[in-house]
Design a binder for this molecule. Structure first.
Ligand SMILES: [Fe+2]
Length: 534
């Protein structure tokens, strides 16, 4: 299936009449990005070259066909991978354990929370529960802290979008707001899916599906994946990493002198962020742009969700250890949670590096209070006339300064890598995770293979999503802890070397962990850029 450049070409990217999806060109772009990365590793200021590479990449996406071309079989999705190698997820995405693992180590691994029992509007029974785990009970699982919920209620009010086809024939998309219940197996410790309700309100035509429901279960799982994508892109990815750091970048440049120690500490972690955010704003989340075309919801709904995700991301509540505690996923009951386990290693390493660095420059809490530039930086990022970041405390102690700097560096590096790079691994093969749904959710347990195909995207949208996922999910510019030469004065050398050794050690720990869990390569050190630049 070649992407077309015919008929009603949308002018998605400026300076272009039409454009075609060209995998060879995308591959070349990614190779070029790797070369730029090598330059950056040698200390060259390469962000401008990265900008040019990314601009070339957006030209190699795909346009929309005049008419919707539907897949004849699942093979059609695999055949889209001509130059690009199909990711391994295509082999096992239908496996229940892999579906459950997407909640722990997928593109959006922040949705689950521990619960005592399902909410009243998700009336899962013991019989439903035993369809998954016959030798266990939901009541016992709830009491023992082994029950988990992923609730996509925020999508319930979103308006569904459509693909504008030729001659006014619009192709309708569907928004799902499912609830999905999971449990930790009592003896094996496995994390397993129990039940899914595709809409929020229980009804005869909105039943609860379990793994006993064949293809209807597969489609119910697909509604969860699509909903996950619809929260991931505007909220967890764009809102809570890219746009969240935006006001801090602006405030840093406006309020901190270039020789201020916090400017020197933060600036490598903000490199390229304003540029890529501008690109996203102008070309990705614009009307008629890829986000508009691909996502289930309208572009207006995506933008509202994105803004709201920033507004409701209360800074102090989102410091990683506290965020995990707030979702009650910080205990050993959930013995393996790859995102949590790996991200915490980095959080602690960054915290220790920041603390040693800050200790060189601030001797007492009074030094923090008296630092006018620091106070102005925080004031601008949080004020109603400025960045409107909510939930920060007074900047009046060294310990809080350490937490704030850790959060900013962690968000620009580890958290962004967590949600950005799985775009290629998991979001390029449509049967695993499409950003848009194309049929209503199942209403009974007799769905067919054709019903599964019906919910998946048409071929042009599949190619567009694959190409966007490749562009955004494969370009790694810079690497966490590898600062440019002479970024810091010699007195910081010892602390920096310790930090770098710690990151290397984290890499070995993750490699060891990957031998005994479903591998999670996303947070290996060479996959974590210093800043949000893609
Ligand atoms: Fe990103």
């Amino acid at each position: 299936m070649a992407a077309s450049c015919c008929g009603q070409a949308l002018h998605i990217f400026c300076n272009m009449e039409t454009y075609v999806g060209d995998q060879a060109e995308l591959k070349a772009v990614s190779e070029e990005a790797k070369m730029v990365h090598r330059l950056a590793a040698q200390g060259a200021a390469a962000i401008k070259e990265v900008a040019m590479v990314i601009s070339k990449g957006v030209n190699a996406l795909a346009s929309i066909d005049d008419e919707s071309i539907r897949p004849a079989s699942l093979d059609d999705y695999s055949k889209l991978f001509t130059e690009l190698q199909i990711p391994p997820i295509h082999k096992d995405y239908q496996d229940d354990a892999i579906f459950a693992n997407m909640r722990l180590a997928g593109p959006n691994p922040v949705m689950i929370e521990q619960i005592g029992s399902p909410p009243r509007h998700f009336p899962v029974t013991e019989a439903h529960y035993r369809a998954s785990i016959p030798e266990d009970s939901m009541e016992a699982a709830g009491k023992e802290g082994r029950l988990y919920l992923a609730d996509y209620v925020q999508l319930a009010t979103h308006q569904a979008g459509f693909i504008p086809r030729a001659k006014g024939k619009n192709e309708q998309k569907y928004v799902y707001a499912p609830l999905a219940l999971f449990a930790v197996h009592k003896t094996t410790g496995e994390f397993l899916p129990i039940a899914i309700q595709c809409k929020q309100t229980p009804a005869n035509d909105n039943p609860i599906f379990t793994p006993k429901d064949g293809t209807s279960w597969l489609i119910a799982k697909t509604t969860v994946e699509i909903a996950d994508g619809c929260v991931h892109e505007p909220c967890t990815h764009l809102g809570r990493t890219h746009f969240y750091l935006d006001p801090f970048c602006v405030a840093m440049h406006r309020q901190l002198a270039h020789r201020h120690p916090l400017f020197m500490l933060l600036s490598p972690h903000f490199e390229g962020t304003l540029f890529i955010n501008y690109q996203a704003h102008a070309h990705l989340v614009s009307e008629g742009g890829p986000v508009d075309l691909l996502m289930s919801q309208t572009i207006g709904a995506s933008l509202d969700a994105s803004a709201s995700s920033v507004e409701t991301y209360l800074f102090d509540e989102q410091l990683l250890p506290r965020a995990l505690k707030n979702r009650r996923v910080d205990t050993d009951t959930l013995s393996t949670y790859a995102y949590r386990d790996d991200a915490l290693l980095y959080w602690n390493a960054i915290y220790d590096w920041v603390s040693e660095y800050v200790a060189i420059h601030y001797k007492t809490d009074a030094d923090v209070v008296k630092d006018n530039e620091l106070q102005a930086f925080i004031h601008e990022a949080t004020s109603k006339e400025g960045g409107r970041i909510n939930g920060m405390s007074e900047m009046n102690s060294i310990s809080y300064l350490n937490e704030v700097m850790t959060m900013l560096i962690y968000t620009g590096s580890v958290q962004h890598a967590t949600v950005n790079f799985p775009q290629w691994n998991y979001m390029s093969y449509m049967p695993n995770l499409s950003l848009g749904g194309y049929s209503p959710p199942p209403t009974s347990s007799d769905a067919t293979e054709q019903d599964f195909l019906n919910i998946l995207p048409p071929m042009d949208m599949s190619q567009l999503q694959m190409n966007v996922a490749y562009l955004l999910g494969t370009i790694h510019y810079t690497e966490l802890s590898k600062y440019a030469d002479k970024q810091f004065p010699p007195e910081e050398d010892e602390a920096l070397k310790k930090f770098q050794a710690r990151i290397k050690h984290i890499g070995s720990t993750i490699e060891e962990r990957n031998k005994t869990r479903i591998p999670y390569p996303i947070l290996l050190p060479n996959g974590i850029p210093q800043s949000i630049n893609i």
